[in-house]
Design a protein around this ligand. Structure first.
Ligand code: SAH
Ligand code: SF4
Ligand code: F3S
Length: 463
């Protein structure tokens, strides 16, 4: 009999991507092999995100599509995991509308996947096992990372910030930091395998370590990780402006490895809205933080997240957001329209979603138009510079072109010489052109030597 095949569909943030790698690791330990398409799989796991209504709709749409596949192959197993599973409403909905699902588990018990699959094998009913709260941090789980030089490492789980719009504290639970030592060991092992571009992960990495004894902070951890040979770039995500310390700014400025990409979600530019969002900073303190970042790290690329149409947002409030964007001049922004989420404080307000859809969309368009202009200008300013990039892939649109990334997290497209395989190499590139969402460049020297070869054996198309 051939090995069983699994397929994992992941929605949402990098924490979910990382969870999927841990599910994949457990499955491979059980003897499963990865399948590149869902039709061929014996087990499909849908790792869901609940942060906005649209994320949920995508996942539910996909679960709906799988009904037919399950009818054709009733012996296959369909599992729903992730943040949506932590919401009681989802389980009720699935029981009613998606009887094709065999297993539902949450974010706190994904390390139990082998046991859960055993239970499914012995049951004719949908197995539902969702833990309300997280247990102790579980170490030494197997994981199957993606190919390439990039690796993600969890450092803190959960979130204690309770922004009034946000479901994450409910789906991911209270903050729990991993001890420093296992994190250092993991990154050391990654370096030995040849990973060179490491991102440490958490919903709020800036509060890393406050719950450890003795206490440590993110800057302490990054300083330790920086000493590991073989790691070239260190990234961290996501940051909360309230906890982004001067010590961290100074640490980044002094470091050779911590990348100069600073993502500081602002969410809104007006004080009354920030207060209602429970963001715990003001417009002025945020702008002061940005000034301090710019002063110490002048080439930092700055990015942000912004929500428009939060309850109570007036035209004046929104103009304050536009004004803040003009002042900061972000390199890029992720922009969202407000979507009320069950259980969150804002969804319990009397008027839970008062800004009409049309106004939300109009504000989103105005904001994006402004940001696109600024992004284009910021990218133009880089033309003529030479910088190190990592060659991540072939361009999706054109296989005569490499898709590369700068340490500031910008994409650079570089013409490809088919006789030289630069995949997974660090190369210097001169920036020759700039668009809103990417740069173009040409090779400006030989690739840096990789300490450990991780060059993918992917069959590259001939040009
Ligand atoms: N921990 C991260 C955020 C994770 S969610 C942080 O604090 O930055 C990613 C982004 O989704 C948030 O920054 C916010 O801009 C957006 N978001 C969260 N809840 C939302 C909601 N209810 N409606 C619209 N956007 C939301
Ligand atoms: Fe959500 Fe706020 Fe926590 Fe980010 S900091 S995950 S927006 S509650
Ligand atoms: Fe979504 Fe859960 Fe991440 S709600 S954004 S997958 S923490």
């Amino acid at each position: 009999m051939s090995e069983p095949r699994y397929f994992i569909k992941t929605y949402g943030c990098q924490m979910n991507e990382r969870d999927s790698e841990i599910m994949a690791g457990q499955l491979e330990q059980m003897g499963y092999v990865a399948s590149s398409i869902d039709r061929d799989a014996d087990l499909i796991v849908i790792n869901t995100c609940a942060v906005r209504g649209s994320a949920e709709e995508h996942a539910l749409g996909y679960i709906g599509q799988l009904r037919q596949l399950k009818q054709e192959r009733p012996e296959m197993t369909l599992a729903v995991a992730g943040c949506m599973a932590q919401e009681p409403g989802t389980i009720a909905w699935l029981t009613r509308h998606a009887p094709q699902v065999d297993l539902v588990f949450g974010t706190h018990n994904l390390h139990k996947l082998p046991d859960l699959l055993d239970r499914v094998a012995q049951s004719d009913e949908m197995v539902v096992d969702v833990w309300k709260a997280a247990g102790e941090v579980v170490e030494h789980l197997p994981s199957r990372r993606k190919d390439g030089l990039k690796a993600f490492v969890n450092i803190i789980y959960g979130c204690d910030k309770f922004c009034t719009y946000c479901i994450v504290p409910f789906t991911r639970g209270r903050e729990r930091s991993r001890e420093m030592e296992p994190v250092i060991q993991e990154v050391r092992a990654l370096a030995q395998e040849g990973y060179q571009d490491v991102t440490v992960l958490g919903q709020n990495v800036n509060s890393y370590g406050h719950d450890l004894d003795p206490q440590h902070d993110l800057a302490d951890l990054l300083v330790e990780l920086e000493q590991i040979d073989g790691i070239r770039w260190l990234r961290y995500t996501t940051s909360h402006p309230r906890d982004f310390s001067q010590k961290l700014i100074d640490t980044i400025a002094a470091s050779q490895k911590i990348t100069h990409h600073v993502h500081l979600p602002v969410q809104a530019g007006s004080d009354p809205i920030l207060k209602r969002m429970n963001r715990k900073y003001t417009r002025d303190s945020y702008l002061d933080l940005i000034d301090r970042v710019k002063e110490k790290i002048p080439d930092a690329s700055l990015t942000t997240d912004i929500i428009v149409g939060f309850p109570g947002e007036t035209e004046e409030d929104f103009e304050q957001t536009l004004d803040l964007v003009r002042r900061v001049r972000y390199d890029a922004a992720f922009t969202f329209t407000y979507s009320p989420r069950e259980k969150t404080p804002a969804a319990r307000w009397e008027n839970r979603d008062p800004v009409p859809n049309q106004i939300k969309k109009d504000r989103l368009n105005r904001l994006m138009e402004l940001q696109y202009q600024i992004s284009w200008e910021a990218n133009q300013a880089l033309v003529g510079q030479t910088m190190l990039v990592v060659v991540e892939d072939l361009s999706k649109k054109n296989d005569r072109v490499w898709a590369c990334r700068t340490h500031t997290n910008k994409v650079v497209l570089v013409a490809r010489d088919p006789s030289v395989n630069l995949l997974d190499k660090f190369v210097p590139v001169k920036i020759t052109g700039a668009k809103t969402f990417y740069l173009t460049g040409e090779l400006a020297g030989p690739a840096l030597p990789n300490m450990v070869s991780r060059t993918r054996e992917a069959a590259l198309p001939m040009v």
